[in-house]
Design a protein around this ligand. Structure first.
Ligand SMILES: Nc1ncnc2c1ncn2[C@@H]1O[C@H](COP(=O)(O)OP(=O)(O)O)[C@@H](O)[C@H]1O
Ligand SMILES: [Mg+2]
Length: 217
């Protein structure tokens, strides 16, 4: 079982949006997947309520309970656990980063988001997570700000996912409809393509195969 946490010490950077679509993609590829919601605002749980009980399994948990929840997942044969956290809640972010094999840091390519990066990488260092990487989200279709952001991060020793997540309406629609973008769009959609690319990147980082692909019924 591998555990991947979504952490950024700022709200609204796209943690939940990314986590839900990646969890759905893992499920579509046949992995037993659990999404743990550590955010007191429970936006992943609310997405799951809209979804109506399908896979992936979504559970809300307290940071202090994370090890117990993970052990239960391991005992029941879960392949992949994704942990969604809240911005500015150090306790939850730290608990998630401690438990994770990989932390992904969703970031929008803007100065205000970059200001929080140091707080996030300090927290990851404190947690001692084996691996971490930034994922650039809500990237505009025009302009080069994401390339400048990538260079800025890499110059500070922060790995960056080579593929970015665009600023796209299907990401918002998917949340509102209790879906992942790869379900909402089917094949050929741009948002779904981006999710599949980021999925492959994160799975490669944790050393899990990505070739299994199960089409949703
Ligand atoms: N790639 C994207 N394209 C368009 N809108 C997005 C994208 N990612 C996030 N959003 C929107 O930005 C807002 C914050 O995203 P969210 O995932 O809730 O962030 P966080 O979980 O980090 O607080 C939401 O309204 C969401 O719909
Ligand atoms: Mg969130």
């Amino acid at each position: 079982m591998k555990t991947i946490a979504f952490v950024c010490q700022k709200g609204g950077t796209g943690k939940t949006t990314l986590a839900i679509s990646l969890a759905v993609e893992a499920t579509r590829r046949g992995l037993a997947t659990v999404l743990i919601d550590l955010d007191p605002q429970v936006s992943a749980c609310e997405w799951n309520d809209l979804r109506g009980g399908e896979q992936p399994v979504v559970v809300d948990a307290q940071p202090a309970r994370i090890d117990t929840v993970l052990q239960r997942a391991r005992d029941s044969g879960v392949d992949l656990v994704l942990i969604d956290t809240a911005g500015r809640t150090e306790q939850a972010a730290l608990a998630a980063a401690r438990a994770a094999d990989l932390v992904l840091i969703p970031l929008q390519p803007s100065v205000i988001d970059l200001k929080t990066v140091r707080a996030t990488t300090d927290l990851i260092a404190l947690a001692g997570t084996a691996q971490f990487a930034a994922v650039l989200t809500r990237v505009k279709a025009t302009g080069s700000r994401h390339e400048e952001t990538r260079s800025w991060l890499q110059a500070r020793g922060i790995p960056v996912c080579p593929d970015t997540i665009g600023d796209r309406v299907p990401f918002q629609d998917a949340y509102a409809q209790g879906q992942g973008v790869t379900e909402l769009e089917g094949r050929g959609g741009k948002a779904g393509f981006e999710i599949r690319q980021v999925y492959k990147y994160m799975m490669q980082l944790v050393g899990m195969p990505t070739e299994r692909e199960v089409q949703a019924a």
